[in-house]
Design a protein around this ligand. Structure first.
Ligand code: NAD
Length: 287
């Protein structure tokens, strides 16, 4: 048992709402915090939609469990009140270092001494933020994947200052909310999953841009050759081509060429991947 009972989630966007809902679904009391009442109104809609999704996709959720989870979530736009009784605060606010540091500085003065802080940041390292928390020993990263109810990895990554007991507590908590804890022994940008996925996807983009093979051929090769269910271009469609563009345009020459290809062939035509019904493939499709 992790000793965690009360959890506060900062940010109720794509990931924050999923983390908060999954935590409540697992029986914990959750406070969902966001910057304004308008944002919290949006959050309520996200939570209601998540309950519908769980009923359709998670075994047993339709037997009252999905609705019971909604009743365990309370909402607040007051950071002090939201954190006042938290054993664990999970931060899922926008991926901007200065914003995160500012938020941790404030949170550090408002939350009880015992409270553990965990960041869900995908690209920043916890050591970039640890000073701002005022409690580096009680701070680490707990990184979820989109669609937490299906893709249930939770990467646990501390800094050299994280207390090992805190690390264990958070890894245990991750398991208690139905995640598979992925324990990193030290800090690594991209954790385990993106350290594998990002170069894999980039290599697929290079095969296309270099004129070596079309997306269908690349995907087919990967599926048949490895037994994996999806090829890289199918994954690109799921991630969303606008997101892929934003990442690729910051990369090297090859990646920038791929970003331009995406822009001209898809983004300008409103084809953003699975979410818009078309990207490299059409949805719903045979693949
Ligand atoms: P998002 O833009 O969907 O949501 C961010 C939320 O934070 C919004 O509700 C916004 O109102 C709120 N917010 C803004 N400023 C705030 C503040 N000062 N305090 C509290 N809340 C504030 O973003 P997201 O995609 O959910 O990403 C959030 C974090 O999760 C990022 O660090 C990102 O790297 C990480 N993450 C995202 C994904 C993903 O697939 N989207 C996956 C894993 C990790």
């Amino acid at each position: 048992m992790s000793d965690i009972a009360k959890v506060t989630v900062l940010g109720t966007g794509v990931l924050g709402s999923q983390i908060a809902y999954q935590t409540a679904y697992s029986g914990f009391d959750v406070v969902a915090y966001d910057i304004s009442d308008e944002a919290l109104e949006q959050a309520k809609k996200r939570f209601a939609q998540l309950a519908v999704t769980y009923k359709g996709q998670v075994k047993g959720a339709a037997d009252g469990k999905a609705d019971a989870a909604l009743a365990r979530v309370t909402f607040s736009s007051d950071l002090g009140a939201a954190a006042a009784d938290a054993d664990l605060v999970i931060e899922a606010i926008p991926e901007k270092l200065s914003l995160k540091q500012e938020t941790y500085r404030e949170l550090g003065t408002l939350a009880p001494q015992r409270t553990i802080f965990a960041t869900n940041s995908s690209t920043l390292l916890p050591s970039d933020m640890m000073e701002a928390t005022g409690r580096p020993d009680r701070f680490l990263a707990l990184h979820f994947a989109n669609h937490v109810w299906l893709n249930n990895t939770a990467e646990v990554m501390g800094t050299t200052h994280t207390d090992p007991a805190v690390y264990r507590t958070v890894a245990e908590f991750a398991a208690e909310i139905g995640m598979v804890p992925i324990e990193l022994k030290k800090e690594k940008a991209g954790y385990v999953l993106n350290s594998l996925l990002v170069p894999f996807l980039a290599a697929a983009g290079e095969l296309l841009i270099g004129g070596y093979a079309d997306p269908e051929t690349v995907d087919k090769t990967w599926r048949i050759g490895t037994g994996a269910p999806l090829g890289p271009f199918q994954i690109y469609d799921i991630v969303g081509l606008k997101t892929v563009y934003n990442i690729s345009i910051e990369g090297d020459e090859q990646q920038q060429a791929f970003a331009k290809y995406l822009d001209e062939n898809f983004i300008q035509k409103g084809k953003l991947g699975l979410a818009t019904g078309e990207g490299f493939y059409k949805y719903p499709g045979p693949q």
